[in-house]
Design a protein around this ligand. Structure first.
Ligand code: ADP
Ligand code: MG
Length: 464
């Protein structure tokens, strides 16, 4: 067959196959996502398809690639994979009839050449979205219900409900997940709206590049023509004055035009250090929603949902154990579960509490490390009714020396600090003093059961 013939053959197959998809997924989804696809080529067992934008590529790859692969291999048993790429300019020119087709972009509005250029650049700037980060996969609990509700509201609203939406919380608690979820949702329901998602770091990088290339007009235009702008981890531009300045202007321009802005950060606007006052006050203007540290219930819920998504049977005891032990953040929680599952699949054994402890011993230790020496000193002082300052003082009276030894002992047991580090935290004492304290407390515990109980009680309180 000549290459022309092959191309004609593929085109015919595509026509048939896309009709079948139209019947399966309905007209609206078909118009948005399948119609814009062009089939370029077949290379061995791989069919190469293109879509006009990066966002569409992500979406099609996340939602339709499996079905597309199935359908292609039903047409032609030699086909085993589908590759989705973003159409380059060359391709656009090669098929001018597509440029006149308003539906090419899954959009009701016609996109002129200028817009298309802008669109391409915007897609270039916007970061790809993680296909797992959708609302459906976000487990809602007390610590995040407000942030979740606010994010959903922004995603579903027809007019901007509050501007900006400012999401903040510690690392790994779901800020990025919620932002991507907003973007996915808007793209799905109203694909003609331009959503741009990027990190503050990338924003700065783009801005600096524009400055260097003396191309700030383009830069401004790209950002000021979006419908929804999402900037993740805005704390990154703290102390970066000219980037902040530019961001401030972009921000104002978009708000004035009634476009939605969504921002995330690790702290509340007022707590962001190195931010200009006027920017802080702008950030405070809309809705500020924080994501709190996870609770045991939320962690358990997340684990159950992840295990279900992975399609693996994990004993409830193991999930409870993980939810109890990995308290730092959801990312680590997920990582822990993944490791346990991977391990069991690799060695072909069921997941048990024992193997879990074995596989995760480093992670579990790192989470234990969360008890700080300061907390230990505070608790122990309270318990023995002495001043915290006595932990650091040179006083040797037994009434303060003994509690100090207990605190050193607990610091050794409950943290991963070395003896010299512990010594330093106790008024700059030598590591041999700490060693001696540990030995002494061990001895006393053996011979004095009420002392042993005291220490045990303190240990349990500190481990929470
Ligand atoms: P952040 O941006 O706040 O640092 P991420 O959004 O990247 O955190 O979340 C870290 C990981 O934890 C991601 O894989 C995310 O899917 C997951 N995650 C966080 N919160 C939840 C939740 N409530 N339900 C399900 N997954 C969550
Ligand atoms: Mg993040």
């Amino acid at each position: 067959m000549s290459s022309d013939q092959i191309k004609r053959e593929i085109d015919a197959q595509w026509l048939e196959l896309s009709e079948q998809l139209r019947a399966e997924i309905g007209e609206a989804a078909f118009q948005s996502w399948i119609k814009p696809i062009s089939v370029r080529d077949q290379d061995g067992g791989t069919v190469k398809m293109t879509v006009p934008t990066r966002f569409m590529r992500d979406w099609v790859a996340a939602h339709y690639v499996d079905r597309l692969t199935d359908l292609w291999s039903q047409c032609d048993a030699g086909i085993s994979a589908v590759e989705i790429n973003v159409q380059t300019d060359r391709h656009v020119q090669a098929t001018p009839e597509r440029a006149d087709d308003g539906n090419t972009f899954g959009s009701a509005r016609r996109i002129g050449d200028m817009d298309k250029d802008l669109q391409a650049k915007r897609d270039d700037i916007s970061a790809p979205l993680d296909s797992r980060f959708m609302f459906e996969r976000f487990v809602v609990g007390k610590p995040n219900e407000f942030a979740y509700a606010a994010a959903r509201r922004v995603a579903e609203a027809e007019v901007v409900p509050f501007n900006p939406l400012f999401l903040y919380g510690g690392v790994g608690l779901g800020k990025t997940h919620l932002m991507h979820a907003i973007a996915w949702h808007i793209r799905q329901v109203t694909p003609q709206r331009n959503v741009m998602y990027l990190s503050a770091e990338k924003f700065m990088y783009q801005f600096v590049r524009a400055l260097r290339e003396q191309n700030t007009v383009d830069f401004k235009q790209q950002f000021r023509s979006v419908d929804v702008l999402m900037i993740d981890d805005v704390q990154f531009i703290s102390g970066k004055d000219s980037t902040q300045e530019e961001f401030f202007h972009t921000f104002n321009a978009l708000v004035d035009q009634g476009r939605q802005i969504v921002i995330s950060a690790d702290k509340s606007p007022s707590d962001l250090e190195g931010m200009e006052e006027r920017l802080i006050s702008r950030l405070n203007c809309g809705l500020v929603a924080d994501i709190h540290a996870t609770t045991y219930e939320l962690r358990l819920g997340i684990l159950q949902s992840k295990a279900e998504q992975m399609g693996v049977e994990v004993p409830p005891k193991v999930l409870e154990f993980l939810a109890h032990k990995i308290t730092s953040n959801v990312r680590e929680l997920e990582g822990g579960l993944n490791r346990v599952v991977a391990h069991s699949q690799l060695i072909g054994r069921d997941i048990s509490l024992e193997t879990t402890q074995e596989v995760l011993h480093d992670l579990l230790r790192a989470n234990d490390r969360r008890v700080t020496i300061e907390e230990i000193q505070k608790r122990v002082s309270q318990h023995f009714n002495i001043r915290v300052s006595d932990m650091h003082s040179a006083r040797r009276a037994r009434s303060v020396a003994r509690p100090r030894q207990v605190a050193m002992y607990l610091a050794k047991q409950l943290t991963s600090r070395s003896l010299p580090e512990i010594g330093r935290k106790f008024g700059g004492r030598d590591h041999t003093t700490v060693m001696h304290a540990v030995k002494k407390v061990d001895e006393l515990r053996e011979h004095d059961s009420s002392f042993a109980e005291d220490v045990e009680l303190l240990r349990r309180m500190l481990e929470g």
